[in-house]
Design a protein around this ligand. Structure first.
Ligand code: ATP
Ligand code: MG
Length: 603
């Protein structure tokens, strides 16, 4: 599938699960009060006009990456396809690592990607921490109903009594004390009468369950920490596994799509929601958790923690370094929002954690830009070509289409002169077998004379190589050729001249000096971070190459946009790939290569 266009939206088990639920009317009776709320409030609302509700629940403890983009478009895409709504929910129940900077960056990244959480006249942006009051109330209800208890065992005792895969756990000595005692203790926890870690609230399920997550899991812990949203109001915080199902239920989520590592948590997810529905706190039908495989992309890491390390340790220039697999990195590199969405659609959803080749993302970018990007010429590794029979001081006028398939977009204009820039790789003093670009007259291995090659300079003339000069070290400094005046592209006689190959070029007289950033994979191995090796040792030392290049004159004022915002002009440099204009410190035009013309990385 590498270089074929990727456009279709494959069906997958998540779509099928939703289709089946819709066909059976599983969620048809839901009511919605207009905002997240407990069961009685939702039941008093109108019929929910959203056929399904999904959510993207980032923890605001880092910048979004390509793996999050996957989850975003799965959830927003499914909601869109099935007449539903997707909520943006900040899963900010852990006070320790969450910051406003991340809250803001997540919304910005999602807006740039084109996500919209406004639907049916409501702004569906929610904060899980706004549900702390409900979570607390639900915990008291569980205690009163005998479904939860305050455990004062030490952390070590709890660990020892949990058992393991081969051994059932042991009940806590606090487990069967009266509910009134647990309720009083839990209130003391809330009121700050106990030290951090002194006790926890646990569900009362089954210490012998083969699923260790069902062995009386913790619901609340004491943690004196300032929270970015609720400040110092709370010194107890809900555990993620308790908080998440409640968040889903309060928001009327129908399908709670999460990654595979939560599969073993699903029995608890269902258990806690069922208990709260029995107690009248939540409305049925309850949300359903469905797991899918994480997306891993070859040669990059998708772990916020490791990406943060790359930034903190200076291996990259920030979260929005164009080599980073963050949404901001992809944006700075020049990826378009639609190419990211196409990538997510193309990679579907599966029940295993899959590795997808980075080239699939590149192909999505090419498919997106090919119809729109203006063409241009650039010489990235310049070598001088002197046309010895072209009159000194003269220039001829040349044109090329802005887009070869769209003549209505007009022409680009540039000059041809005695001195040109060509790619260094377009000349070989002693050509290797099958070489079709410039080489001088020389003697072949068998001693016979070989004439200098004849090549078409695209949109220019056919030239014949006559010689070259080199410096003392043997490095080629200049190539010499003669042109055929009658061979100018577009003239009636141009077809009479044979050419072995076609080359790109620029006239020294009007070429514009530019800086070009060329990228390679950030990590050398295909699956970084998966071996014994420290992932630092897997960094590719040549992931960024900055070259002094020349671009055609029309690009002297290419629209650069705001640095890193990915809003500069995108174009295709013939032979070299897709690029975006970006700002530079020295004011020279500057271009990032987004992707090569075809899969340039894997050979
Ligand atoms: P990380 O490991 O990078 O910290 P996370 O899963 O802890 O990621 P969250 O903020 O909790 O990050 O993720 C928000 C949502 O994005 C979750 O529903 C999570 O499952 C999903 N998600 C994160 N990474 C991926 C991935 N690589 N592929 C698919 N979904 C992902
Ligand atoms: Mg997480």
């Amino acid at each position: 599938m590498k270089n074929a266009p990727i456009a279709t939206k494959p069906t997958h088990f998540l779509r099928q699960a939703i289709e089946a639920d819709l066909a059976q009317g599983t969620y048809a009776q839901r009511r919605w009060s207009g905002a997240p709320a407990d069961g009685p409030t939702q039941l008093a609302g109108a019929a929910d006009s959203a056929k399904v509700r999904t959510r993207f629940p980032p923890e605001p403890n880092g910048y979004l990456h390509i793996g999050h983009a996957k989850s975003i478009w799965l959830n927003f895409g499914l909601a869109e396809d099935f007449g539903g709504v997707c909520h943006l929910r900040y899963d900010d129940t852990n006070p320790e690592k969450e910051e406003q900077e991340y809250v803001d960056s997540i919304a910005e990244a999602m807006h740039w990607m084109g996500c919209d959480w406004q639907a049916f006249g409501t702004d569906h942006k929610y904060f899980a921490s706004d549900y702390f009051d409900f979570m607390y109330r639900a915990a008291e209800a569980l205690i009163e109903a005998g479904h939860a208890f305050v455990d004062e065992q030490s952390a070590e005792e709890m660990r020892a009594n949990r058992g393991d895969f081969s051994r059932p756990g042991t009940n806590s000595p606090y487990r069967d004390l009266p509910a009134a005692r647990h309720l009083a203790k839990f209130r003391e926890m809330r009121d700050g009468l106990h030290a951090d870690g002194a006790m926890v609230l646990r569900a009362k399920i089954d210490m012998a369950s083969p699923n260790i997550n069902m062995r009386d899991p913790a619901l609340y812990r004491i943690r004196r920490a300032h929270h970015h949203n609720t400040g110092d109001k709370w010194c107890i915080y809900p555990m993620y596994t308790y908080a998440h199902p409640l968040e889903d239920a309060l928001e009327n989520i129908t399908h709670s799509i999460c990654t595979l590592e939560f599969e073993d948590q699903r029995p608890f997810y269902d258990w806690v929601l069922a208990r709260l529905a029995e107690l009248g706190l939540l409305a049925k039908p309850l949300p359903r958790q469905i797991e899918f495989g994480r997306l891993n992309v070859s040669h990059v890491l998708t772990s916020k923690r490791k990406l943060k390390q790359l930034v903190d340790e200076g291996h990259v220039n920030g979260w929005d370094d164009p080599r980073m697999p963050t949404v901001f990195g992809l944006r700075a590199r020049g990826y378009t929002p639609s190419s990211i969405r196409a990538f997510v659609d193309a990679t579907g959803a599966s029940k295993t954690n899959a590795w997808v080749d980075y080239s699939v993302l590149e192909q999505c970018l090419r498919d997106d830009l090919d119809p729109s990007a203006a063409r241009a010429m650039a010489v990235l590794d310049p070598l001088k070509l002197v046309i010895t029979n072209f009159p000194e001081g003269e220039l001829s006028d040349h044109t090329a289409p802005v887009h070869p398939q769209q003549p209505e977009r007009g022409l680009r204009h540039f000059k041809f002169g005695r001195e040109l820039w060509i790619e260094r790789s377009d000349f070989q003093a002693v050509p290797e077998k099958g070489y079709h670009r410039l080489y001088p007259p020389h003697k072949a291995a068998d001693g016979s004379d070989v004439a200098g090659s004849q090549v078409r300079l695209k949109y220019g003339y056919v030239v014949r190589c006559t010689g070259f000069s080199a410096d003392a070290s043997g490095r080629i400094t200049e190539v010499h050729a003669e042109y055929f005046a009658e061979s100018k592209s577009g003239t009636p006689t141009s077809g009479q001249f044979k050419a072995k190959g076609v080359m790109t070029w620029l006239a020294a007289a009007d070429a514009v000096p530019a800086t070009v950033h060329l990228f390679d994979h950030l990590f050398t191995p295909e699956q970084p971070g998966t071996s014994e090796a420290d992932f630092h040792t897997e960094l590719n030392p040549n992931s960024l190459r900055t070259v002094s290049a020349f671009v055609e004159p029309g690009l002297a004022n290419a629209s650069q946009g705001v640095l890193g915002k990915g809003d500069g002009q995108r174009l295709q440099f013939e032979r070299h790939g897709y690029f975006i204009a970006t700002s530079s410190a020295d004011g020279k035009p500057c271009f990032n290569r987004i992707a090569g013309l075809k899969d340039s990385f894997s050979k």
